[in-house]
Design a protein. Sequence first.
Length: 211
Amino acid sequence: MSTELDEAPRLCELAKTLGERGWLPATSGNLSVIVTADPLTFAVTRSGADKSRLTPADLLTVDADARVLRKASHDFRPSAEACVHAQIYTKLQSGAVLHVHTLANNLCSDLFAQAGAMIVTGHELLKALDHWEKEATIAIPIVPNHHDLQELAAAVGDAASASVPGVLVRNHGIYAWGDSLESAFRHLEAFEFLFAYEVMRRTLTPQSLSW
Ligand SMILES: [Zn+2]
C-alpha cells in the first residue's frame, strides 16, 4: 500500500503537468491518491490551491467522509469535492482520482447531456481505457452538475462503473480514476483526447472533411 509520503511528490508533479495543459483553470480541479484502503483514507488537494505550484504541504489526508485526519501545516481545507473522490474510492477500490475542467470535456458533457452518456466507438485510444476488443464501444456517463456536493457525489458514485474509468459532470468537468496515479493519468489523457477529437470533428466544415 502506498503512503501519502511516497505519492505526494508524484501527485504534485502531475498537477503541474495538468496545469500546464490548461486543464485546471482558475485553481479549479482536484486530485487525490489513496493512502490506506481499509479504512479508506486518501490524500487530496486543498481547496483553492494553485495546482501549478502544488507542494506536499497542499495535500490533506481525509477519511471516507472527507474529514481531515492529518492537517497540513496551515489552516487549509480539503477540496470541497473530496466527497466525490470518496464515493469513487468506496465503490471501485481505485488508487487515484483526477478531476479536471477542460473546454473539451465541458462541451462534450453538454452536447451529449440529453442522452446521459457520450458513446465512443472505434478509436485506437480506447485501448488506453483497457478496451482491447475489436470495434470497442464505450459509454461515458454524464450526470447533472448538482449544486449540493453530497448530491453530486451520490450521482457520480451511481454512474461510476468498473468498465469505464470516468464520469462527466455536465458543464463542469470529468472525474477519472485508476489503480494508481499513472493509470488514472493515462485514462484522463485518453478521455481528453476523445473529447478534443469530438469537438474538433464538429468544427470542421464539410469542405475541410473532404481533404
Ligand atoms: Zn470541479
